[in-house]
Design a binder for this molecule. Structure first.
Ligand code: ADP
Length: 509
């Protein structure tokens, strides 16, 4: 389909009222609106060109929750039309006004945290407590970028040779394609939408197929908070490769912000290369967690539980490889097994659950394969180690130790509730093992000696190091990786600048 046809069609589908929606069980009437399950294009909920639907499953039961509209290439192009039509006015909207709208988005998400959390728990399978934390974390990106929207300051300098002035202004980069994963369906969306909007960009959000409902709920919240039609468009699709490729080859699109696997990140970088599109990439990780002999064991265990078990291990920042010094190793393992073993495994939407379901059967297969490989190569199983029977996709909290250096789990991201523990004697050896990976997202260090901890943090080849802390994520901090964990930063002022271009004006006055 040509762009012209798609453009003409955008109007038609923009005028159609598809009207399908979903009600979160237990919240009928309490939400104020049903969640639209169609595509959001130009401020309208539309069925799209193909008319197909994607089934949304509950990983805790395997049952279908509902279905959402399945966007096609034509819908992707229609979304670009809508983003283009809205671009000039949004870029010209005074920063203070953009900030006020973003602040309303923040407040609205906080006010509606209960049902949003339940929705995330249903479609992602994560524990309700994790889902609630995610909603509040996701909302914070709106608050932070409401505050940043009015601080997009430029620069003025005198050229070193004198005379000329160097004037730099940060302008919106243009239409952005935002591609998000299923593990944090709310936070990964808001971490991209909020800075894009603060910078004055319009965008197209392409959520993960597994968790489209949260994105659609956020879309309705944004519209109700006053985000003009076309500023944020949402296209779910069962053909992410085809739709994203078409969008990235449209010359009107100038920014790609992706969170997902390193493998897909590489594909997208190649696609983006054709039109030289500015790309921010948050890719995989395989975080090491170093515990030195002088660490406070209680604090290290608390940190380990957060770093490992937040989201049941389905996080790119999740601690996967625990390197524990010999003097503290046995105590650490005993305590970790106790704590991990006490977690209640269960359906995400049940309040008592502490470790929810994995996203799909493929996730279970991958976790099982990595655990089995480690055990076959001589590791000892301390806890768990066997997928639970269905229905639903459950893998229990698992601890293995004494791994051989060639165990695959030390190189590959497990993305599940599995802690692999290695003993070390010499700190130099631990640093070498921690850095021996293609990934470089986050690392954790526990030590009683801050000077030593800071020195180690400098030597760890990671974009983020948590020192005596189990959580790195913070909307006010630059989140991102080095090596094959990514390009660019999200959150903080850095995340805003990613959605701008520096315009240099040479002046002689
Ligand atoms: P995960 O392994 O965590 O599922 P993926 O990298 O496969 O992560 O998916 C993250 C996001 O990337 C999802 O929104 C998915 O639909 C999208 N995606 C997957 N393959 C492609 C592709 N070839 N082009 C564009 N987007 C893709």
């Amino acid at each position: 389909m040509s762009n012209d046809t798609a453009r003409a069609g955008a109007k038609d589908i923009g005028q159609s009222d598809a009207g399908q929606s979903y009600t979160v069980p237990g919240f009928a009437g309490a939400v104020g609106f049903d969640i639209p399950t169609d595509l959001l294009i130009g401020g309208d909920w539309v069925a799209g060109w193909g008319g197909g639907r994607i089934a949304v499953l509950d990983p805790s039961t395997g049952a279908e929750l509902t279905s959402v509209a399945d966007g096609t290439v034509a819908d992707g192009l229609a979304a670009i039309d809508a983003a283009e039509a809205a671009a000039r006015d949004w870029a010209a909207t005074p920063p203070r006004q953009r900030a006020v709208i973003l602040q309303r988005c923040y407040q609205s998400m906080v006010d509606q945290a209960d049902w949003l959390a339940r929705l995330i728990a249903l479609e992602n399978g994560k524990a309700l407590s994790d889902a609630r934390s995610e909603v509040l974390y996701a909302a914070e990106f709106f608050r932070w970028y409401a505050e940043e929207a009015v601080r997009i300051n430029g620069e003025l300098a005198i050229a070193p040779a004198g005379g000329n002035r160097i004037l730099v202004q940060y302008q919106p980069i243009g239409i952005a394609l935002l591609i998000t994963p299923w593990n944090f369906p709310a936070a990964m969306a808001t971490r991209k939408i909020a800075p894009a909007l603060a910078a004055g960009c319009t965008c197209i959000l392409k959520p993960a197929e597994e968790t489209p409902l949260t994105a659609l709920a956020i879309g309705e919240i944004l519209l109700r908070a006053g985000v003009p039609g076309g500023v944020v468009n949402i296209v779910n699709t069962s053909d992410p490769a085809g739709v994203c490729k078409a969008i990235l080859h449209d010359p009107r699109v100038r920014k790609l912000s992706f969170t997902g696997s390193t493998e897909v990140g590489r594909i997208l970088l190649r696609e983006a290369a054709d039109s030289v599109i500015s790309s921010s990439m948050e890719l995989g990780g395989n975080a090491p967690f170093l515990v030195l002999d002088d660490a406070d064991v209680d604090a290290a265990i608390e940190g380990a539980m957060v770093a490992k078990m937040r989201n049941a291990g389905e996080a790119c920042t999740a601690a996967n490889r625990f390197y524990v010094q010999a003097g503290i190793h046995d105590r650490f393992v005993t305590r970790l097994v106790e704590r991990m073993g006490s977690l209640k495994l269960g359906p995400g939407s049940e309040a008592a659950t502490q470790c929810g379901a994995m996203i799909n059967p493929a996730a279970i297969e991958k976790i099982a394969a990595l655990v089995d490989d480690a055990l076959a190569k001589g590791a000892t199983l301390r806890l768990g180690g066997k997928a639970a029977d269905g229905p639903g996709y459950f893998y229990p909290p698992t601890v293995i130790d004494g791994l051989s250096r060639d165990a695959r789990i030390l190189r590959e991201e497990v993305f599940g509730p599995v802690a692999a523990v290695m003993r070390f004697d010499d700190v130099e050896e631990a640093v070498a093992m921690a850095n021996d990976t293609e990934y470089g997202l986050s690392a954790y260090v526990y030590t009683g000696d801050m000077k030593r901890g800071l020195q180690l943090a400098e030597r760890l080849e990671y974009g983020m190091v948590a020192l005596n802390r189990g959580l790195v994520s913070d909307p006010a901090a630059p989140f991102g990786g080095v090596k094959q964990s990514g390009l660019g930063r999200e959150g903080s002022h850095h995340g805003l600048i990613e959605f701008t271009e520096a315009k240099y004006i040479a002046v002689d006055w």
